[in-house]
Design a protein around this ligand. Structure first.
Ligand code: EPU
Length: 337
């Protein structure tokens, strides 16, 4: 196991901000994971795991140990009629795995195409896009308990999934490292195409049959058309959560802002944070090398030399102005370190 000292994380966060980790370890199997955790414990240093750094913003240098999770492997482990169980280890790239599933006629993940990040990070925040959330297709996962080094299995229910959250972000925060995730997929080419922008894009194509492969292709096109490619322009996708409010609060807001964009969310209402930010005048804003993307107001960007601290300051200015205008406090979805 190689331990790197004072390591620049610029290429390990999709904002591409410069920040140094005290130590950096590339973890490629479960024994090096346990060794790396033991190293951090011996040094009495904090540690954190990163996959592709696609939901992270380093405000400053990191004083502890960074574990780059690179444990690879994926396979079909069980089949029963149309139902198929597929398992992937934490270091697999999410989008490559979605494409691999499609290539092996395992359907159900296509709406989640092109989401940045690794398998291991996906359940933590219950990733979701275009009408599908991970919790709808995840069967179980295996995770290493940090305090004991033991591998434990979590059922879907054990993960207590909710909108962009799970038990690993709440009660069990920082207690487990996700090692592998199993998905219950289907051999049947059934598609979910209710999400507005997806349905509209598919209608425009006026094809006779909508296949999972087509859904994946169209989702990729939509994402590419409005979400900047982090390889070219530093960003971490949606910076804030879409706020969820009560129907009473929503009725009051709607009186003043009749065009407000919203979606029903159980007995509550989810607002489009992008709409709130755009209405507050931020879309396309740029100061120095940080700004708000011109095509999507929920995406903060680093044009090159922007720093984590500048991005955090910008996010606070946005939060304050949205609060002044709408009385809604936006909360970052991106993890600020
Ligand atoms: N909108 C604006 N201005 C904009 C962009 C959008 O007013 O600049 C409004 C539009 O009315 C649009 C609505 O906001 O209909 C919602 O926008 P969009 O469909 O792009 O989705 P989102 O709510 O901004 C969420 C996820 C995305 C996911 C998309 C598609 C969150 C925080 N974000 O974004 O996830 O890709 O839906 O399902 O839930 C991510 O988490 O990093 C991410 C990109």
């Amino acid at each position: 196991m190689e331990i790197l000292d004072n390591f620049n994380l610029k290429n390990f966060n999709t904002f591409h901000v410069s920040a140094y980790a005290r130590y950096f370890i590339n973890v490629t199997d479960i024994s090096s994971l346990k060794e790396a955790l033991a190293f951090a414990a011996t040094k009495e240093l904090p540690f954190m795991l990163i996959g592709q750094g696609s939901n992270l913003l380093f405000r400053e240098n990191y004083p502890g140990v960074i574990l780059e999770m690179n444990i690879q492997g994926k396979k079909i482990i069980d089949e029963d009629g149309d139902s198929v169980l597929v398992k992937a280890r934490c270091g697999e790239n999410w989008h490559a795995f979605v494409q691999w599933c499609l290539g092996n006629t395992c359907y159900g993940l296509e709406n989640l195409s092109l989401i940045p990040g690794n398998i291991g990070a996906a359940p933590v925040q219950n990733i979701g896009a275009y009408g599908v959330e991970l919790c709808e297709v995840m069967e179980s996962l295996e995770a290493v308990e940090i305090s004991t080094g033991q591998l434990k299995t979590f059922s879907n229910a054990d993960c207590r999934f909710s909108y962009r959250s799970s038990v690993f972000k709440e009660e069990l925060k920082d207690q487990y490292v996700i090692y592998s995730v199993s998905f219950r997929l289907s051999r049947k080419a059934e598609v979910k195409i209710d999400y507005d922008s997806l349905a509209i894009a598919l209608q425009k194509l006026s094809v006779e049959e909508v296949t999972p492969e087509l859904v994946s292709k169209v989702v990729c096109e939509i994402r590419r058309s409005k979400l900047p490619n982090p390889g070219r322009l530093g960003n971490a996708g949606s910076f804030f959560w879409n706020p969820v409010i009560s129907t009473e609060d929503f009725s009051r807001l709607q009186k003043n802002f009749p065009d407000i964009v919203s979606y029903p969310q159980g007995d509550k209402v989810k607002l489009a944070a992008a709409w709130l930010i755009e209405q507050a005048g931020w879309k396309g804003f740029r100061e120095g090398d940080v700004g708000v993307h011109q095509d999507h107001a929920l995406v903060l960007v680093n044009y090159g030399q922007g720093t984590g601290a500048q991005l955090v300051t910008l996010s606070e200015q946005i939060r304050d102005s949205v609060q002044d205008k709408f009385g809604i406090v936006l909360v970052p979805e991106v993890r600020i370190i």
